[in-house]
Design a protein around this ligand. Structure first.
Ligand code: SF4
Length: 735
């Protein structure tokens, strides 16, 4: 149980008292931070959080920490993490949900920390394979572009990429600063199953391996939850200590924005097959782009006809294999894939559902093996045939020599192995379903393309067995983890409720729990407004009353507001209703879906009287301090749709265990989301504003108290709509 390849200066040598003293020396007045920051004021919550994390790391425990907005939690975990890695030589992973937070840590908090700490702190960021350009694939593209093998590619994009390569630092797609289609990036990005590793002539300059080398040498590695869980899913197969995974071995993890962990784990410990994904994979073999043939097979064909590296007789045999076996098999796969997925789409539409529909064995689920028996069999059979054809072609190319051939063989092998993964997934979903999994089909994207999915119903056990069991300490933190001041819900959902009898990992003892209140003065800064006559959602005039009231609130607040919905349809209706009245008084209304999210936020920030109408992605991860956001309207308590197959299966499982799914699952989830929406308003000590909750269930239902007790105490106004408006206007005067 160690980091394997890292030196350990004195893992056993640091006592908790010493670690806490070092933490204090950094945060206390006159300490390292105050010497660097003018006007620094010690925040007791930040000190408490940092010491709690020091304790979890030193004692080898799990910790759950809710830290209210303004605690300064990034430094509160980076300081003890840095000291711990410096004292012990242990590697530590920090994982965030959003790229925004990842970038804030690496660009702002880490450099600051490095400037105040008396230790040589190495921090690295690593992303998944496909985020980096593969020099070998790009080089092949350039070479073959000249001989028209890649004639379907965009010449201008390739030229721009070549120029970009002379000035980029990390070769990461996030550095691309010119228009580049996703399709072209997929042609040149690094991929695990295509990479030639030690046989690659570019291995020494490789961007991906350079970042990985830095990560292996780093004390702290900053990742996002998606990469961490994709890596963990691979470790489930290869073993937790595998060095073939993206991340180096580790034993200490800090998960920020940890309220997302259940969703991310559900996604990554599950799998899916989609029409778009299959088309893209088959298109990798052969497709038409701008009227020209593109893809692997035309390149292989051209190289066989003109290129070196193969004796003529073997080249002829390979050409025969390609023309008579592989291409017909590819065409069969395209046809059977369309029939199968179109059939699945028709079955979903028959249910008259615009959402996901369950698959067998869920009660009432579509039984794919019965409903699409012929289509499914033909699809699996054609994928098998194509896989056999590719294996045989690869075999005929086995003696071909030269860099281009090495790459083509690797690319063909990658497609072959992905075809067999699709086959396995289809068989697993429709023939041998696992009772701990939920299966569903849905139409997604602008073109409503069908896809099939499987996910574990409960991730608690997967996390216990696949993650915590291998860690010495894990810290889960967020501004929203507790419900009604209790961590019971998150403990149960994330598998930290059952104590393992083994003592050599972080499950050996109950988790440390700490609830750190925000330092903001919410009574002075926030007016919570609940109109009593809007009615409950889905009742009578709810929609009309809501639209009317929102318009009045926005006028009373002079704009400067987020209006947050749980459904896009209602958002559109209210937006359309309010737009003209707002325009009359010069308030600009911005609506989700009309422009990219980042652009809408930029416009909202720069036009300080504007209003933004948004759904789920605006309930969290958005930071707009100051006057531009003075009012947040939460149109409805954000309960999940209970008929989504994942939610429905979790509800069923709780019922089977004799528990109340509303109390144990739906309500806590909605409270966490509500807290996130509430948290948009106050981002700084100087912020001041109004939260309006247009859902009378907050007061009229017994469970409403759970929402109210989970947010800080604010000033309040409760009453009929017309009576609340003057209070809102006067609260906002001068803000
Ligand atoms: S080592 Fe792999 S990812 Fe890197 S350039 Fe070579 S083939 Fe591409």
């Amino acid at each position: 149980m160690h980091n394997g390849d890292r030196k350990k200066p004195g893992a056993e040598g640091i006592t908790l008292r010493e670690l806490e003293s070092s933490v204090e020396a950094i945060f206390r007045p006159g300490g390292a931070i105050s010497q660097k920051l003018d006007g620094y004021e010690e925040r007791p919550g930040q000190m408490l959080m940092a010491k709690t994390i020091a304790k979890a790391l030193q004692r080898g425990k799990a910790a759950l920490i809710e830290a209210g907005t303004g605690t300064g939690k990034s430094l509160a975990y980076l300081v003890p993490a840095s000291l711990w890695t410096a004292y012990t030589g242990e590697r530590l992973i920090v994982s965030t949900n959003t790229i925004n937070l990842q970038e804030q840590l690496i660009n702002k908090d880490v450099p600051f920390l490095q400037s105040i700490l008396d230790v040589d702190l190495k921090v690295a960021v690593i992303k998944g394979w496909s985020n980096y350009l593969c020099l070998y694939r790009f080089q092949a593209l350039g070479q073959h572009g000249q001989t028209s093998l890649w004639s379907g590619m965009e010449e201008d994009e390739l030229t721009a990429l070549a120029e970009w390569l002379t000035r980029c630092k990390t070769g990461s797609s996030s550095e691309v600063d010119f228009p580049l289609s996703q399709e072209t990036w997929w042609e040149v990005c690094a991929e695990s199953d295509v990479c030639l590793r030690s046989r690659c002539p570019y291995i020494k300059e490789c961007f991906y391996f350079e970042e990985r080398r830095q990560a292996f040498a780093a004390d702290i590695i900053i990742v996002n939850h998606h990469l961490l869980f994709a890596d963990l899913a691979v470790r489930q197969v290869l073993g937790f200590d595998s060095k073939r995974s993206v991340l180096p071995p580790y034993r200490y993890v800090i998960l920020d924005e940890a309220h997302h962990v259940e969703d991310v784990a559900t996604e990554h410990f599950g799998f899916g097959v989609s029409k778009v994904g299959v088309s893209r994979l088959l298109g990798r073999l052969q497709r038409t782009r701008r009227g020209k043939a593109a893809g692997l097979l035309p390149q292989v064909q051209a190289l066989l006809e003109t290129g070196p590296g193969m004796p003529p007789a073997r080249a002829r045999a390979a050409l025969w294999e390609l023309g008579d076996e592989v291409i017909p098999a590819l065409q069969r796969s395209l046809t059977t894939s369309s029939r199968f997925f179109d059939g699945a789409a028709a079955l979903i539409r028959e249910r008259e559902s615009d959402r996901a529909v369950p698959l067998w064995p869920a009660p009432g689920g579509i039984h794919l093996q019965d409903a699409l028996a012929e289509e499914r069999q033909a699809f699996i059979g054609s994928l098998e045939g194509l896989g056999r054809g590719l294996a045989s072609l690869k075999d005929r190319l086995s003696t071909a020599e030269g860099e281009s051939w090495d790459l083509f063989k690797a690319e063909l092998g990658a497609v072959e192995s992905r075809l067999s993964q699709i086959q396995l997934a289809l068989e697993f979903m429709s023939e041998k379903p696992h009772l701990d999994y939920v299966y569903w089909a849905e139409l997604t994207g602008k073109r409503s393309e069908p896809s099939l999915h499987a996910a574990p119903i409960d991730v608690a056990d997967v996390l216990r067995q696949g993650v915590y069991r291998h860690l010495k300490a894990v810290v889960l933190t967020s501004a929203t983890l507790a419900i009604d001041k209790s961590f019971g819900y998150i403990r149960r959902r994330l598998g930290l409720d059952e104590i393992d009898i083994a003592q050599d990992h972080c499950l050996g003892q109950p988790p440390i729990e700490e609830l750190i209140a925000s330092p903001f003065d919410y009574r002075e800064q926030v007016l919570l407004c609940v109109p009593t006559d809007v009615g409950e959602p889905r009742h009578g005039r709810y929609g009309d009353d809501l639209a009317d009231y929102i318009k009045d609130v926005l006028l009373a607040a002079s704009g400067r507001a987020f209006v947050l919905f749980t459904a896009y349809r209602l958002l559109r209706e209210v937006y359309q209703y309010c737009q003209a009245s707002l325009a009359e008084v010069g308030i600009r209304a911005l609506c989700q879906g009309t422009a990219p999210r980042s652009l809408l936020l930029e416009q909202f920030r720069s036009d300080t009287s504007s209003v933004l109408f948004g759904t789920s992605s605006f309930w969290e991860g958005v930071d707009v301090p100051g006057e531009a956001l003075s009012c947040v309207i939460l149109t409805k308590l954000p309960f999940q749709v209970p008929d989504h197959p994942v939610v429905a299966s979790r509800i069923r499982r709780l019922e089977e265990a004799g528990q109340n799914p509303f109390v144990e699952y739906l309500l806590p989830q909605a409270v966490i989301r509500f807290k996130q929406g509430f948290g948009r308003l106050i981002r700084r000590t100087s912020d001041h504003g109004v939260i309006v909750v247009c859902d009378s269930r907050l007061l009229g239902r017994s469970y409403g108290a759970a929402f109210l007790r989970s947010i800080p105490e604010c000033s309040t106004v409760i009453g009929p709509r017309r009576d609340t408006l003057p209070s809102i206007a006067s609260w906002l005067v001068g803000s």
